[in-house]
Design a protein around this ligand. Structure first.
Ligand code: AMP
Length: 193
């Protein structure tokens, strides 16, 4: 994996642990020789993870829509900043540039971005690993809900397992390096389409 896309909050969140985790992830990516692809903002833990990669000598590509470049305060010190016309192009470009995806704690934007690439994995649109860094139990309830969705037969257990979860960045990267896509997409083999 050459480049990892990190989705995370444009806020800092309540706990210092979130900022610490963003810094730690940035260092771990750089230690593994991996570049960062992210949303291009300087604010929140988005800015923290970007700064951590840059401070450790790594490469950072930011992708930001024109309309929110000012609002989110685009990071001016990146290796490359791509300004795109809209959110759809932002997410498509981030996905194309990356060999894997990690969500740190974040809000609605973070969750939407993670779920989009994870559903693309479920559909077999890509074979790249999706990881969740569960810092300070932030995603415990989400993981419990996904288990509930499996129990209620809306999500297959094999697809739940394609979201790699860890509390520790090095372990998450290792899981992602060993990732094997779920056999067949959600739709392959169905004859009722
Ligand atoms: P948040 O997790 O809400 O702080 O947002 C993190 C990132 O997601 C920011 O770069 C936002 O621009 C982006 N974002 C916010 N809303 C959306 C959305 N509806 N779709 C995709 N990305 C979004």
């Amino acid at each position: 994996m050459k480049r990892i896309c990190v989705y995370c909050g444009s806020s800092y969140g309540k706990l210092p642990a979130y900022t610490e985790a963003a810094k730690a992830l940035g260092k771990v990516l750089t230690d593994h020789g991996m570049g960062l692809v992210y949303g291009g903002a300087s604010v929140g833990i988005m800015g923290v993870v970007a700064d951590a990669v840059l401070e450790n000598g790594g490469e950072v590509v930011g992708v930001i829509p024109q309309a929110i470049a000012d609002k989110e305060i685009a990071h001016t010190g990146l290796t490359a900043l791509k300004v795109v016309p809209n959110m759809h192009e932002r997410k498509a470009m981030m996905a194309e540039y990356s060999d894997g995806f990690i969500a740190l704690p974040g809000g609605l934007g973070t969750m939407e971005e993670l779920f989009e690439v994870w559903t693309w994995a479920q559909l077999g649109f890509h074979n790249k690993p999706c990881g969740l860094l569960n810092v300070a139990g932030y995603y415990d309830h989400l993981n419990a809900f996904i288990s509930h969705a499996v129990d209620q037969e809306y999500v297959k257990a094999a697809h739940q397992e394609t979201l790699l979860v860890s509390t520790e960045p090095n372990d998450l990267i290792e899981q992602m390096a060993n990732y094997k896509p779920a056999p067949g997409s959600k739709w392959i083999g169905r004859d009722d389409l």
